[in-house]
Design a protein around this ligand. Structure first.
Ligand SMILES: NC(=O)c1ccc[n+]([C@@H]2O[C@H](COP(=O)([O-])OP(=O)(O)OC[C@H]3O[C@@H](n4cnc5c(N)ncnc54)[C@H](OP(=O)(O)O)[C@@H]3O)[C@@H](O)[C@H]2O)c1
Length: 223
């Protein structure tokens, strides 16, 4: 088993309790089957490894979609969610349901701003003292044929999907190494199947998401 296997196993392991709750909430058939597949594999892993220390999870892009769903699943599971997003007021309703920052910590974070990434992890260090899982999720797609997309729009997407995710990953690794010492933590990255299989209108998005293969390199260098 090499480092890459270990990362996948930890991803499956971490997704297990959330995947079961996520399944009925997704209206996309492909996502459902993917989540169910993850759930079944991670069940196997869970049976083999009974120690399951779910404590806290930080998610980027928690305002909508996968990020919001993951945040709600974490809370529903009785764990601690650190929801980071560009406009914290988007989560006012959720904050009203979970007023304690020890249960739901909401932090302003635009992943294109490295200083906000550092500040978010520092706040977590001060208020929680640790973070066990980081879900590198913030991202979006610019759709259009390669020649039809303005360079400025493609570059703006790369700032989020590629550089933003990379800077979050670097900060998470440092946090796992220095703050969670010696236990470490688990980094989950939301890439895309389109990151592996290019389609006519997804050239730029595919390129930005294919960059998530750096996770393979990270896992090998930390194995
Ligand atoms: N939907 C799919 O079928 C699919 C499939 C595979 C992978 N993904 C990936 O899943 C992730 C979430 O997508 P989604 O489908 O849940 O879409 P979504 O509902 O549009 O969520 C995108 C999230 O990213 C956030 N975001 C955008 N720019 C940001 C920035 N600069 N800093 C911080 N957050 C930023 C958005 O925040 P704001 O509300 O502030 O804009 C929003 O919370 C993305 O990485 C996407 O590529 C999606």
């Amino acid at each position: 088993m090499d480092g890459f296997d270990l990362v996948w196993i930890t991803i499956l392991f971490a997704c297990y309790p959330y995947s079961l709750t996520l399944t009925p909430t997704l209206d996309n058939g492909f996502s459902q089957s993917l989540v169910q597949w993850v759930a079944s594999l991670s069940t196997t892993w869970l049976i083999l490894n009974p120690w399951c220390p779910f404590v806290s999870l930080l998610v980027t892009g928690a305002s909508t979609g996968f990020g919001l769903t993951m945040t709600k699943c974490v809370l529903k599971n009785g764990d601690i969610a650190v929801a980071t997003l560009r406009s914290p007021s988007d989560l006012d309703a959720l904050r009203a349901e979970h007023p304690s920052p020890e249960t739901l910590l909401i932090i302003k974070l635009d992943v294109t701003k490295p200083e906000e990434i550092s500040s978010a992890f520092n706040e977590v260090k001060e208020k929680l003292g640790r973070i066990d899982y980081v879900f590198n999720n913030a991202g979006y797609a610019v759709v259009g044929e390669v020649e039809g997309v303005k360079e400025a729009d493609a570059r703006a997407m790369f700032e989020v999907n590629f550089w933003g995710a990379m800077n979050v990953a670097k900060e998470a690794l440092e946090f796992f190494r220095e703050v969670n010492k010696p236990r470490g933590g688990c980094l989950l990255t939301n890439s895309s199947t389109v990151g592996l299989v290019a389609k006519p209108p997804t050239g730029w998005y595919t390129a930005s998401k294919h960059g998530e293969h750096r996770s393979r390199s990270i896992s090998r260098s930390h194995a």
